[in-house]
Structures are given as structure tokens and as C-alpha cells.
Design a protein around this ligand. Structure first.
Ligand code: IPM
Ligand code: MG
Length: 363
């Protein structure tokens, strides 16, 4: 019986609540497929800061590297907002991504038919949207040097550097091309090559790779236009390939196509070693501890972990079906609440998911 070592990182805010739901579903789905999980939890973000004075404790990084896969909920909270940059929860997450060399972040956006009405866009625009943002995750302006703040005679100045090497572009572009070839065969590379040298290099490298991939139709789009096109006609996209900062922004915009940012999972992958799976939403400190959180993106992240990280396709599909079933049955957390539906808290949603999972097995 395959046994997988899973490192669970509940993090901050609503993180522990949605982690508990995901954990109970993993523990239910595993035995049904002859899989067992050896789960260990470790603190990261604000929780790491509170426990060890470090948003990425050494032991946490080690447990992540030693795992078969890592499942992270969310990090961040108001009480950490005024800490020095290195102590902030966000820098723990960035160091974790860098420390595990997770350069490729995949953020799929698929619209569940049952949630079409939850989107702020018209049904006719978002029906059948099925795209993936491939975001470079360990380079670009998030990590570029020099960076910092200085005081000059003229006043204060803050600065960051957007930088990519040809190898960094090549390795993320290769992920985008591979994925596009497996999907609808369309790759749109997003940059700001009309202004930035770093984007001009990016575009050249993507074009070089395009020549070797006649099976993929490549296009380029400036990031401002891409933001507009996501809202104007999202169905035109299959794979969106982009850098760290642009991908951060575009993936939030793309998330809203699905009605709630509380629905979207993501995978962060390196060239080998364990992947890290996490919902794309944040820690929602305003609703933390109130049993209001939507655990569905976390459950879908666990499904993505099963499929992409562990190769357990059937168990992954079971979790996805359970999510669809609870929605079809009319259960909603507050963020998705609609007329005629039944509003549930995070815990009760977890219980309904377990019921739905049984239903999936009986069907
Ligand atoms: C994300 C988040 C992070 C990012 C923050 C929390 C550092 O917004 O995963 O999209 O900017 O990458
Ligand atoms: Mg973001």
C-alpha cells in the first residue's frame, strides 16, 4: 500500500480551519484507494513567527523538503503587518518557494457550471472558460537585486529590480509549452516588451522555443491588454505564461471569473522534489476563527496534490466530485451564498463534503 509523507502547513487566519477540512477528506479518501498518508503539521508565516520567531523555521523547511508533497493553507495577518520585511509572513512563503526551488506555479481556472451565476461577469462570457496561468515563481521583481530603501539628500527612495536570465525564462517557458501541448495547444505569453528590456528577453526566448514546438500556437500579449482581455473574452485563453509579478496580478483577476477566489487551487513545482499545493486565496484575517471560511479551494488543492504531486488520479477525482456534489446540493459558504441555497460554516461544509464523498462511492 503506497504511503505518502505529507507536510501540512496550516499557516494563519482561516488557514487552520480549512486545513482541518482538507485533512479529514484526505483521511477519508486515502483508505478507499489503498493509500495511506503520514501527515505532519508545521508552522509557517505568522504561526512560524509566533512559534520560532521566524516565518520559515528551519525545521519547517526541512519537513517540506523531506515530504512527498506539501499542502499549504494561507499565511498573513494584521498583527504582522508592521514587522520588518524579513519577519513578515509573506517573506516566509517566498523563502519556502525559493528554498524548495518551486519555479513553476500553475493556477487553473475552470468554471463549475453550478457556479456560473456566482461570477461578477455575464454567463455568456464565462461559460466553458478553462485556462491555466503558468506563473514564474522564484525570480523576477520578487527576488531581483538590488532592492531596498535608502535615504538620499532629496528624500527617501525605495527600489526593486525586475530581472530574468535566459535560463530562468527557458525553464518556465518549457513548462508552459508542455502544458499547452497537453491541453488545447494555445500558449499566450504575457509581458511588457513595449517598455521593459527584461520582457524583450522574455519574448525572444519564448519565440526561440516556439520554433521547436510546431504543435503549440504561440501568441504574445502586453500585460495591460491581458488584464483587459481576461475580462472581455476569457475563453480565448488556454495557457497564459508570465512572470512572477504579472502572474500574481493576473491570477487574482482570473480567479474572479469563477465567482469566488475561494474556489481556486494551485500547484507550485520544481524540476524534481516535492511540489507545494495551496489555494490561491489569502488568510482572510477578517473572518478567521468565525467558522465562515470557504474550504473548497483547499480541498481542490488537496485534489491537485493527489493528481499532480502523487499521481493518484482517482482519489483526486473523488475529491473534485465531492466538491461539485455539495454545490449541486445547494450548500454554500457565505462568499458564494445565493438565493435558494443553504448557507453553511466551514466545519459544516467539511461534514457535507464527507457525506458527498460517500455518495460519490455509492454512485
Ligand atoms: C500569491 C500571494 C503571494 C504572492 C503573497 C502572499 C506573498 O499573493 O500567492 O499570489 O504575492 O505571491
Ligand atoms: Mg497573489
Amino acid at each position: 500500500m503506497p504511503s505518502y509523507r505529507i507536510t501540512l502547513l496550516p499557516g494563519d487566519g482561516i488557514g487552520p480551519e480549512i486545513t482541518a477540512v482538507a485533512r479529514s477528506l484526505l483521511e477519508a479518501v486515502g483508505p478507499h484507494h489503498g493509500i495511506s498518508f503520514d501527515v505532519c503539521e508545521a508552522p509557517v508565516g505568522g504561526a512560524g513567527h509566533d512559534a520560532e520567531g521566524d516565518p520559515l523555521p528551519t525545521e519547517t523547511l526541512k519537513r517540506c523538503r523531506d515530504a512527498d508533497a506539501v499542502l499549504l493553507a494561507a499565511i498573513g495577518g494584521y498583527e504582522y503587518d508592521n514587522l520588518p520585511q524579513r519577519q513578515r509572513p509573506e517573506s516566509g512563503l517566498l523563502r519556502l518557494r525559493a528554498g524548495m526551488d518551486l519555479f513553476a506555479n500553475l493556477r487553473p481556472v475552470r468554471i463549475l457550471p453550478v457556479l456560473v451565476e456566482a461570477s461578477s461577469l455575464k454567463r455568456s462570457l464565462i461559460e466553458a472558460v478553462d485556462l491555466v496561468v503558468v506563473r514564474e515563481l522564484t525570480g523576477g521583481i520578487y527576488f531581483g537585486e538590488p532592492r531596498g530603501r535608502i535615504t538620499t539628500p532629496a528624500g527617501e527612495r525605495g527600489f526593486n529590480t525586475m530581472t530574468y536570465s535566459d535560463q530562468e525564462v527557458d525553464r518556465i517557458a518549457a513548462v508552459g509549452f508542455r502544458l499547452a501541448a497537453e491541453r488545447a495547444g494555445r500558449l499566450c505569453s504575457v509581458d511588457k516588451a513595449n517598455v521593459l528590456e527584461v520582457s524583450q528577453l522574455w519574448r525572444e526566448r519564448v519565440n526561440t522555443m516556439a520554433a521547436a514546438h510546431p504543435d503549440v500556437a504561440v501568441s504574445h500579449m502586453y500585460v495591460d491588454n491581458a488584464a483587459m482581455q481576461l475580462l472581455r473574452n476569457p475563453r480565448q485563453f488556454d495557457v497564459l505564461l508570465t512572470g512572477n509579478l504579472f502572474g500574481d496580478i493576473l491570477s487574482d483577476a482570473a480567479a474572479m471569473l469563477s465567482g469566488s477566489i475561494g474556489m481556486l487551487p494551485s500547484a507550485s513545482l520544481g524540476s524534481d522534489g516535492p511540489g507545494l499545493f495551496e489555494p490561491i486565496h489569502g488568510s482572510a484575517p477578517d473572518i478567521a476563527g468565525k467558522d465562515l471560511a470557504n474550504p473548497l479551494a483547499m480541498v481542490l488543492s488537496a485534489a491537485m496534490m493527489l493528481r499532480v504531486g502523487l499521481g493518484q488520479e482517482e482519489a483526486a477525482t473523488d475529491l473534485e466530485r465531492a466538491v461539485e456534489q455539495v454545490l449541486l446540493a445547494g450548500f454554500r459558504t457565505a462568499d458564494l451564498m445565493a438565493e435558494g441555497c443553504t448557507q453553511l460554516g466551514c466545519k459544516a461544509m467539511g461534514e457535507q463534503l464527507l457525506v458527498a464523498l460517500e455518495g460519490v462511492w455509492q454512485a
